[in-house]
Design a protein around this ligand. Sequence first.
Ligand code: PLP
Length: 368
Amino acid sequence: MSKHPAPRLEVNLDKIYHNALTLVTNLRQRGITVTGITKATLGSPEIAETWLRAGVRGLGDSRVENIGRMRAAEISTLMTLIRSPMLSQVEQVVALTEMSFNTELSVIRKLSAAAKKANRIHGVVLMVELGDLREGIMPSFLKKTVREVLGFSNIVFMGIGTNLACRNGVSPDRENMAELSALADSIDATFGPIINTVSGGNSANLEWAFSGADIGRINNLRLGESMLLGCEPLHRKAIKGLHTSAVTLVAEVIELKNKPSKPWGNIAQSAFGEVISSSEQGSITQAILAIGRQDTDPDGLVPPPGIKILAASSDHLVVDVSNYHGRMKVGTELSFQLDYSALLRAMTSPFIPKIMQRSQMKFRIENV
Ligand SMILES: *Cc1c(COP(=O)(O)O)cnc(C)c1O
């Protein structure tokens, strides 16, 4: 095995493939396609390609820059911008994507003008507010908005979607999903059968999708976290049959000493504004790892069994390795599992190389 520097993210593409294939196959049986959401991977072409092989129907990202990166790597599939386009970016949006999620007519008007100028057609999905209070048109204004969208040149109305469990943790359930289906029915009843896509939500929708509930008109979900981490985000429970260790973060020990567990001197705030309360546990074996808040979210790291994370500053992660006494030295590497927040920050950190691992133990470093 070739040696890569720490810290590094090790991404097991075989496990990611397995996760994606499992979800795509199970959702297909319920009439639901999957859009692979690449934003937590900074638009990694290798992860995108892995998901496409597993059968995702298209890719989506919240940032046009990430979509540009995948286009530059010649990833060819339906690309969706899943955040409402900035007015200042409509030209790039039209050039780089087939479709975007929208809530503002002023933006769609500009997309229409940009598409006309570029001699392209751009698809629009209208996002509906169903209670989580992030993006979305209030349901009572939806029909009026659809009517206007149908009048724009070079714009095709593709359907509707919603996003829950992001700002307020409102869970997708029978009621709000049935409401989305009813809105689709009512638009079709008014304007003729014009709805192609009904995108029910993100990884937080999986519990609903597999609960046996009536799927109704929902025919698409947008998945990122579940295909990467193997967890559902409502209770952060592992999903049956998925790998939860597809991505690991490896960091290196730079100091290892027996130290008191309690600080001494006059105690004020730490570098990040916390007042730390530490218990008196006598002397511990304390290790410092060369990774910090600049690289990841230390609160979202899961250490190896028997190791406890004590604190983190910009560049240092302090851990209690008393249980590993004698089995560790300066230079030892430790592997951590990551939650979504830790993953997002590590993936986007320029300090952390992403090591893409395939079968037969072939390794490749991906450039950021
Ligand atoms: C991030 C995001 C997703 C994907 O969410 P996961 O929890 O990673 O599955 C889907 N839709 C929208 C609008 C998003 O912003």
